[in-house]
Design a protein around this ligand. Structure first.
Ligand code: ADP
Ligand code: MG
Length: 264
């Protein structure tokens, strides 16, 4: 048995973390891997396309009190993907990072899922300055990170900032994923971005209306558009994630260098 992979998906809000993570999870499950998807974003929407509906969050259950078992927290999704949603504080109250730590500690107390699967995928909040960014890393619960970006300046800026955090915490970056916004020269820009960080571009995901059509039906593209080319792209990415790519401690750039690179 290969060691369990603990993989976190990082990137600016709205760039496609939840969507990409759930498609990776679905594809890995189709390949016969046991996957635990841990939605850490307070939006609690990471697992919707895997389960087909919004599931109760751990924070809600913990706050409600009473006895809580594994069955109350972990919901089976597409092809047996195990799904949990941490949930989060109301805006302006409390800290998402603290919530993630409490929730994951609780999960490990009532369930062996974190130790029994082949892949644990964390979908983390997009906001780098929030404690939610580092919470799973600080707990030693992330072995590799991926960054999702497009070829636009803002998501690359966020990605570079995330690399500053990864470097500080000694967490390897396994690769950069480009989720295309059809920016000019996008593939080359994101390839250069990855290379400059000491990493590689592991996937170029085209912008495809099928993704949102499936999302609206409550399914991943893997499930809802199984034969499509976009599903093929997600399957290739899932295989790369399971293969472990080439994890490196990233070398973040200066803001000036990033600006040069994004305007090239
Ligand atoms: P995040 O989790 O980073 O905030 P989401 O995964 O929720 O972002 O994605 C934001 C929106 O973009 C969603 O409606 C999603 O369906 C859409 N989206 C993501 N990737 C693609 C893609 N490759 N093509 C088309 N739409 C996409
Ligand atoms: Mg999300």
């Amino acid at each position: 048995m290969s060691p369990i992979k603990y993989v976190a998906i990082y990137g600016k809000g709205g760039i496609g973390k939840s969507c990409t993570a759930s498609n990776i999870a679905a594809a890995c499950a189709e390949y016969g891997h046991k996957v635990l998807m841990v939605g850490c974003d307070p939006k609690s929407d990471s697992t919707m396309t895997l389960v087909g509906r919004r599931i109760p969050t751990m924070m809600d259950l913990i706050q409600r009190g009473g006895e809580i078992t594994e069955r109350d927290l972990i919901f089976p999704g597409y092809k047996g993907v195990w799904c949990v949603e941490v949930g989060g504080p109301e805006p302006g109250v409390g800290c998402a990072g603290r919530g993630i730590i409490v929730a994951i500690d609780f999960l490990r107390k009532v369930s062996k899922a974190m130790e029994e699967v082949d892949l644990v995928l964390y979908d983390v909040p997009g906001d780098i300055v929030c404690g939610g960014f580092s919470a799973p890393i600080r707990k030693g619960l992330v072995s590799q990170a991926y960054i999702i970006t497009s070829g636009e300046y803002m998501p690359m800026y966020a990605g570079n900032n995330i690399c500053r955090g990864l470097k500080r915490l000694g967490t390897p970056l396994a690769g950069v994923i480009c989720n295309s916004r059809e920016a000019a020269g996008e593939r080359e820009i994101v390839e250069s971005f990855a290379k400059e960080l000491g990493s590689t571009l592991v996937a170029f995901i085209p912008k495809d209306p099928l993704v949102q059509q499936c999302e609206r039906r409550g399914v991943t593209a893997i499930e809802g558009a199984s034969e499509s080319s976009i599903a093929g792209v997600y399957r290739d990415l899932a295989r790369a994630v399971m293969a472990g790519a080439n994890p490196v401690i990233p070398k973040p750039m200066t803001d000036e260098r990033l600006r040069e690179l994004s305007c090239a």
